[in-house]
Design a protein around this ligand. Structure first.
Ligand code: GLC
Ligand code: CA
Length: 594
């Protein structure tokens, strides 16, 4: 059980974090690409929403093969985004508003254009050779060259994770794309270089890091073949041997001791593939001195087909959501860990399209339903740009050429090579892209009904780097923030009120206890949250059907204080007996304590 009587409040627990995807946030110089001054220009908008911290996806120098997750200089800004001075200005303006900056730390790999890698690949005896993972080829019985093992590339639609280097006649490990060579964390000089990068940004005034795929930094050193789990592919998911590897905790503790412990920071580790509870607590347990929290993938993996790659469609319902959420909420309470709450980011489709219904009829309701859930669970809340407006996925009619992400492009190429002229198969692939591709979250932010959704003001012919979703004339920030209609509430206004309410009752929502309520249901997910002094219940209908739900007698609802069908703070619904919930309806009730 969690220790009692200890003050468990921390600023990074009740703070609200907002993720900015800088290329698509706001362009201030008319080149069609978002920039750092564009972030600075919108700080009042974010402050009004209730945001305390912004996490900015990578703005470092980069060839942009993977939208900045391929870094060629950790200590400089890509000219497309601005300059170091622009970042100093951003930090200054954040501080004025009592807000903070988190940088994205991408240190599992660099770009193949980073000077470290250029040196490393220059010769076998270069001092930086060992900063990356180099291996000789294997040869089959016929003498054909093969990679050192059968691991599949993550963004390369199941090609080999190893890239051949002609010059030095060896393979290097590149788990994401060939242009993103993996760093060798076994090398202490490399680790010291990473610590130095972290200090550079903390000294400049950043308050912490989102750590990109940080659980992949330690690999099993004999690099074994992965078990064959995807029969149709030559190369196989190797995560068993590179996710949460043997020295991960040692490396994280070293980062903590040498760097983080000397500053007051917030840290969140992106951790795909990890389900094991002991492993999670070893990282986020309050006594562990590793990271404050992680991004677990359970919710956003809900519709991935087991044993297949992520571009697949798998049915799910509210029982899955209940099981996943309950497990993580209880884990953190029972074992004194900490959790992050997110349903959207730059690698995922839009949440309203994915978990609810993004039709004109239900988009607004669905986005508010998700907001009700996100703002009433325990953990640190992360909001992704556009989520606060209920932005949707790319429309099905768009041509595949509108998709810009390297993962999607590789997938589409592969499908075309595999099924040339097979209309049915290719239509199915397009459907999957429209539902699951990362591009869905990367379209320009919809600020207003102006041309290009107010994202950029372009002179000349060039458009924004990625096409704006066609619905921007109705779905945009200007309409949702300033258009005050009595008795109505926009998605943005609903988020603003919900975040305020969460902070007013943080002992319940951030720090309180959790239990699922009622029987398992394929439609309704309900749970109770409470502290010593207050209690609330959330009842969420994750289906497009009208549902009757029996309020368990012991819930003790006194008043329904919010719902996504009305702007009222006293929602007129029965407090006991049968509750009728409309499609995608969600309610928050205040309950008797005890
Ligand atoms: C993370 C990032 C993703 C990137 C990958 C490789 O998953 O969020 O965008 O492609 O790491 O850096
Ligand atoms: Ca720009």
């Amino acid at each position: 059980m969690a220790p009692t009587g200890v003050d468990k409040h921390r600023w990074w627990k009740d703070a609200v974090v907002y993720q900015v995807y800088p290329a698509s946030f706001l362009d201030t110089n008319g080149d069609g690409w978002g920039d750092v001054p564009g972030i600075t220009a919108k700080l009042d908008y974010l402050k009004d929403l209730g945001v305390d911290i912004i996490w900015v996806s990578p703005i470092y120098k980069s060839p942009q093969i993977d939208m900045g997750y391929d870094i060629s200089d950790y200590k400089d800004i890509d000219p497309a985004y601005g300059s170091l001075e622009d970042v100093d200005e951003l930090i200054k303006e954040l501080k004025k508003r009592d807000m903070k900056l988190m940088m994205d730390l991408v240190v599992n790999h660099t770009s193949d254009q980073h000077s470290w890698f250029l040196e490393s690949r220059s010769s076998k005896d270069n001092p930086k050779r060992d900063w990356y993972i180099w291996k000789p080829a294997k040869y089959d019985a016929d003498g054909n060259r093969e990679p050192p093992n059968n691991w599949a590339m993550i963004l390369g639609e199941a090609n080999s994770a190893w890239t051949w280097d002609e010059k030095t006649q060896e393979y290097y490990l590149s788990l994401f794309t060939s242009e993103q060579p993996d760093l060798n964390w076994e090398n202490p000089e490399l680790r010291a270089a990473v610590h130095d990068v972290m200090r550079f940004w903390l000294e400049r005034g950043c308050s912490g890091f989102r750590m990109d795929v940080i659980n992949l930094i330690s690999k099993v050193q004999d690099f074994p073949d992965a078990e064959v789990t995807v029969k149709s592919h030559k190369y196989q998911p190797g995560d068993k041997y590179y996710a949460n590897g043997p020295r991960l905790h040692e490396f994280l503790k070293e980062i903590n001791k040498k760097v983080l412990s000397q500053y007051d920071t917030i840290t969140v580790g992106e951790m795909p593939f990890v389900r094991d509870e002991d492993e999670i607590i070893r990282i986020v347990g309050s006594e562990e001195q590793e990271l404050n929290m992680i991004f677990s993938f359970d919710i956003v993996d809900i519709d991935n087909a087991p044993g297949d790659f992520k571009l697949a469609l798998h049915p799910w319902d509210a029982r899955d959501l209940r099981r996943i959420v309950t497990r993580l909420q209880r884990l953190m309470i029972d074992r004194d860990g900490w959790n992050s709450l997110f349903v959207e980011n730059h690698d995922q489709p839009r949440s309203v399209s994915r978990f609810c219904d993004d039709s004109d009829e239900w988009r607004d309701t669905g986005a508010k339903l998700l907001c009700l859930m996100q703002t009433t669970l325990g953990g640190t809340v992360y909001v992704y740009q556009g989520e606060e407006l209920g932005m949707r996925n790319i429309p099905p009619e768009w041509d595949p050429r509108e998709y810009k992400d390297v993962e999607t492009i590789n997938y589409w190429k592969k499908m075309n090579a595999k099924h040339p002229n097979d209309k049915e198969k290719l239509n199915e692939a397009r459907k999957i892209m429209q539902k699951k591709a990362r591009d869905n979250a990367r379209t320009p932010m919809q600020w207003s009904a102006e041309p290009n959704a107010g994202f950029c003001n372009l002179a000349g012919e060039r458009g924004p780097w990625m096409r704006v979703i066609d619905d921007y004339k109705t779905v945009n920030a200007a309409a949702q923030v300033y258009n005050i209609v009595v008795g109505q509430m926009s998605v943005w206004q609903f988020w603003q009120r919900a975040l305020r309410h969460r902070k007013q009752h943080k002992d319940v929502f951030v720090y309180g206890d959790f239990a699922p309520v009622g029987d398992e249901s394929p439609s309704v997910f309900a749970y109770k949250r409470w502290s010593e002094h207050e209690a609330f219940v959330s009842v969420l209908n994750f289906s497009g059907e009208e549902i009757e739900w029996d309020i368990p007698a012991d819930v003790g609802v006194e008043r329904w204080v919010a719902g996504n069908y009305t702007a009222d703070e006293d929602v007129d619904k029965p407090k006991e007996g049968k509750l009728t919930l409309g499609p995608w309806e969600g309610l928050l009730g205040q309950c008797r304590v005890g």
